[in-house]
Design a protein around this ligand. Structure first.
Ligand SMILES: [Zn+2]
Ligand SMILES: [Zn+2]
Length: 401
């Protein structure tokens, strides 16, 4: 690298190339010249050069300076003068670093053998509506793989220790290079011999046969908080399946199913109840029982309550999961039931009421009521006499017919 090649030439892009084009070209060249896969003599130097060019051209400020003043301005005065990784002059350490940045660590040099992890487990649990309101503690029992006590999870027979994996030399990774149209591509997979752990058990534990785990029945107490809703999950960290050979155990997810209340509907912390009132209850007022989160309660219905109105019972809903002491409301949604089958007496009373309210012409009622309901008729007549609003109902009837 005694002579400085033009950075654009190195990356094979025109001067005005877009950032995307520069990145694309860099990736392609980096794969092609990576010294791990390219065994030619010049690979190392070329790869370094490609990186240097990219470090400058991918940085808008440096690129601008380079465009104007050349290499000196871009801070790349010569071999070793420019260190793309901040590791000191000539401190170009791991080629893997570049791959880490661009290819998700695919060629990371095997510095970190993977730690085996256990699977997550799921346990479904049923709670009643009342339990979901108050919270409850439940004992659950399940079978799971747990750490083997004989070998403390290492998988090696007591007195022996796991050896470095001969297939991957303890790196936990296997690399293969493959020629493609775009150049060589390095493929890195976890070592199949040691499952990526970098260690192999030569004398397996007699209890667990080298796995480090044994199957056991487990019992756990799960605290289900007040306010839990259907399909909520409770995560118990590290209570899942044990990991092979002493790794990190998985999590246990307890999925809660709440048996619905027969009359109350829930939305978050709010509860809804559909209350049906008779016409007299709605008109005259009444005391009625309604279900709440904590059981039945008697509430006051005011005279003249309308269908479609809502009575809100504050704090009678579901407890907030995260704000203790705070609860949602119970919304009583009022509907008024209109009677559909009336006996003679009831009909008579309603007709009297209709006349009393000035809603009906006594003559109309008379032609229908042939059963000689004399008391009612008398009432109608008197109602007619007293009815000051008759004119309005006349006009209404005319308008409808
Ligand atoms: Zn064991
Ligand atoms: Zn291995």
């Amino acid at each position: 690298m005694a002579t400085q090649r033009d950075y654009y030439d190195i990356l094979g892009v025109p001067r005005g190339a877009a950032d995307e084009e520069i990145k694309r070209s860099f990736r392609k060249l980096a794969q092609q010249w990576h010294p791990d896969v390219n065994t030619s003599q010049e690979a190392d130097a070329r790869f370094k050069e490609i990186n240097e060019a990219y470090q400058v051209l991918s940085d808008p400020q440096r690129r601008q300076a380079y465009d104007m003043f050349g290499h000196a301005a871009a801070g790349a005065g010569g071999a070793g003068g420019f260190d793309p990784f901040g590791q000191g002059a000539g401190g170009f350490q791991g080629f893997g670093d570049i791959f880490d940045a661009f290819f998700g660590g695919a060629a990371g040099g095997g510095r970190r053998p993977r730690v085996p992890t256990g699977s997550d487990l799921r346990y479904d649990i049923e709670v009643t509506f009342a339990e979901s309101i108050t919270g409850v503690e439940k004992e659950i029992e399940f079978t799971s793989l747990v750490k083997c006590e004989t070998c403390s999870g290492s998988g090696a027979e007591p007195g022996t220790t796991p050896a470095t994996c001969p297939k991957c030399n303890g790196t936990g990774e296997l690399r293969t290079a493959r020629q493609t149209m775009l150049g060589q591509i390095v493929n890195v997979v976890p070592c199949d011999r040691c499952q990526g752990t970098g260690k192999v058990v030569e004398t397996p534990c007699h209890t667990c046969k080298g796995d480090g785990r044994v199957e056991r029945k487990r019992k756990l107490r799960v605290t289900i908080p007040a306010g839990i809703d259907d399909n909520h999950q409770i995560r118990l960290s590290g209570e899942g399946e044990g990991a092979p050979r002493g790794g990190v155990p998985g999590n246990l997810y307890v999925v809660v199913h709440v048996t619905p209340h027969p009359q109350l509907r829930r939305r978050d912390t709010e509860l809804y109840y559909g209350l049906e009132l008779s016409i007299t209850q709605a008109a005259l007022g009444a005391r009625v029982k309604v279900p709440t989160a904590d059981g039945e309660e008697e509430i006051e219905i005011k005279a003249g309550t309308q269908a479609g109105s809502e009575i809100r019972l504050r704090g009678k809903g579901v407890p907030h999961l995260r704000r203790s002491g705070s609860r949602g409301d119970l919304h009583v949604m009022v509907d008024v039931r209109i009677p559909t089958r009336l006996n003679a007496k009831q009909r008579e009373l309603l007709e009297q009421l209709a006349v009393e309210l000035g809603e009906v012409e006594p003559e109309d009622a008379e032609t229908e009521g042939a059963e000689g309901a004399s008391a009612a008729q008398t009432a109608r007549r008197s109602g007619r006499r007293r009815n000051r609003k008759r004119g309005i109902s006349d006009r209404l009837r005319d308008a409808i017919s």
